[in-house]
Write a protein that binds this ligand. Structure first.
Ligand SMILES: Nc1ncnc2c1ncn2[C@@H]1O[C@H](COP(=O)(O)OP(=O)(O)O)[C@@H](O)[C@H]1O
Ligand SMILES: N[C@@H](CCOP(=O)(O)O)C(=O)O
Length: 318
C-alpha cells in the first residue's frame, strides 16, 4: 500500500482552486509503488496523478519535475507535470511537497517479449538524447558514493561468501574508468513496472508512458542501459535472455550508437547496475526504515544477477 498520507476530498478540492484544471470529480488512492503517496485524481477537465512526496527534500524535487516536463516537451511518453496558477510545479498539500502530473494510459507488462524490449530500447535512447539538452544537473542519488556507503552499512549482515562477493565488486568498480563514457540525465530505475503499455501483444505493443523519475540523475548513459537490460532481459534464474537483450540493445544502438569505450565498459556496467539493486534491496531488508511501509524486494535475485554477469556477458552491438 502506498498511501502514507491520507488526503481528504475537501482539502484537495480547495487545493485544486490554485490550478486551472476544473473541479474535483473523484479521488482514489493508488496501491502500487513504494516511495510516495499516490492518487488518481479526476476533475471536470481531465485525469491526473497526485503525488505527495514522502521523505524527499523539497530542494531535490524540481530536478525531477522539470526533467519530466523537458522529456514530455521532446515528445517522449513521460507524464508532464501540471503548473499551478503561480506557474509552479511543486505545491504543498497535507504538509507534504505535492505535485500533479498527467495520468497516462496503459498497464505494466511483466512478461515482455523481444518486441516489447525493442520498443523500450528505442525509447530509452530517445530519453537519453532528449536529456542531453536538459539544463539542470543533479548527480545519480544511487551512484558510486552511495554504493560504497551502503556496502559498508549492509556488510556485516551478510554471510561470508556474500561479503567476499561484495568486497570484490566494490574494489573492482573502483578500477573502472567512467570518464570517457557519454553521460547525461538517466531514469536509473526503468524496470518493467515503470513502463505502461497501451496494448499487450509483443509486436503490436505501444508504450503509453514511462513513470517514476524519482531516482533520476546525472550519470553514464550506459549505466541506465544496464539497469534496463538486467530487469527486462533476465530469465527467472538471472541469465540474460539472448533474444530479448539483442532486441533491446539493437533498437537502442539504432537511435544512439554505442561508442567503442561503451563496448569495453559493458560487462562492468551490467555488474554496477546489478550491484546497485542488490545493495538497495539488502539495505531495505536488513536496515528497514522505521515508520515506513516499504515493500522489500528480494535481494538474492540481484546478488545472483551480479554473480552471473561476472562470468558471462554477450558484447554490445557495434
Ligand atoms: N502518470 C501516471 N499515469 C498513470 N499511472 C500512474 C502514473 N504515475 C503513477 N501511476 C501509477 O501509480 C503507481 C505507483 O507509481 P510509482 O511512481 O511507481 O510510485 P512510487 O514512487 O511510490 O514507487 C504505478 O504503478 C502506476 O500504476
Ligand atoms: N526497481 C527497484 C525498486 C524501486 O521501486 P519503485 O516502485 O519506486 O520502482 C527494485 O526493483 O529494487
Amino acid at each position: 500500500m502506498s498511501v502514507f498520507t491520507p488526503v481528504p476530498e475537501p482539502a484537495l478540492a480547495e487545493w485544486l482552486q490554485d490550478y486551472a484544471i476544473g473541479r474535483l470529480v473523484a479521488l482514489k488512492g493508488i496501491s502500487a509503488g513504494v516511495q510516495n503517496s499516490n492518487f488518481f485524481v479526476t476533475t471536470t477537465l481531465g485525469r491526473y496523478v497526485l503525488t505527495l512526496f514522502e521523505g524527499m527534500t523539497r530542494a531535490e524535487l524540481p530536478y525531477y519535475l522539470h526533467l519530466m516536463a523537458h522529456l514530455s516537451r521532446h515528445g517522449l511518453p513521460v507524464p508532464g507535470p501540471i503548473a499551478n496558477r503561480h506557474n509552479e510545479y511543486l505545491g504543498t498539500l497535507q504538509e507534504r511537497p505535492a505535485a500533479l502530473v498527467m495520468r497516462l494510459s496503459g498497464a505494466s507488462e511483466m512478461n515482455p517479449g523481444p518486441g516489447h524490449c525493442a520498443k523500450v530500447g528505442a525509447m530509452l535512447a530517445g530519453l537519453h538524447l532528449a536529456g542531453l539538452s536538459y539544463g539542470r544537473r543533479q548527480d545519480n542519488p544511487r551512484g558510486p558514493a552511495w554504493r560504497s556507503e551502503t556496502a559498508r552499512a549492509v556488510h556485516d549482515f551478510l554471510p561470508a561468501d556474500e561479503r567476499r562477493l561484495l568486497d570484490a565488486e566494490i574494489a573492482f568498480q573502483a578500477t573502472v574508468d567512467l570518464a570517457r563514457l557519454p553521460a547525461g540525465a538517466i531514469h536509473a530505475d526503468l524496470f518493467r513496472d515503470n513502463v505502461l503499455w497501451e496494448t499487450g501483444d509483443d509486436d503490436e505493443a505501444h508504450i503509453g508512458g514511462v513513470i517514476d523519475f524519482y531516482f533520476a540523475g546525472f550519470d553514464t548513459l550506459l549505466f541506465d542501459v544496464a539497469v534496463t537490460v538486467n530487469d527486462w532481459c533476465s530469465t527467472p534464474d538471472g541469465r540474460l535472455d539472448p533474444a530479448r537483450s539483442a532486441a533491446l540493445l539493437a533498437a537502442y544502438h539504432a537511435e544512439r550508437p554505442f561508442t567503442a569505450d561503451e563496448a569495453d565498459a559493458w560487462p562492468a556496467m551490467l555488474r554496477a547496475a546489478a550491484l546497485r539493486f542488490w545493495l538497495s534491496r539488502a539495505a531495505d531488508f536488513h536496515l528497514p526504515r522505521s515508520g515506513e511501509l516499504v515493500l522489500v524486494k528480494n535481494p538474492d535475485e540481484y546478488r545472483d544477477i551480479l554473480r552471473l554477469r561476472i562470468t558471462n556477458v554477450p558484447p554490445l552491438p557495434r
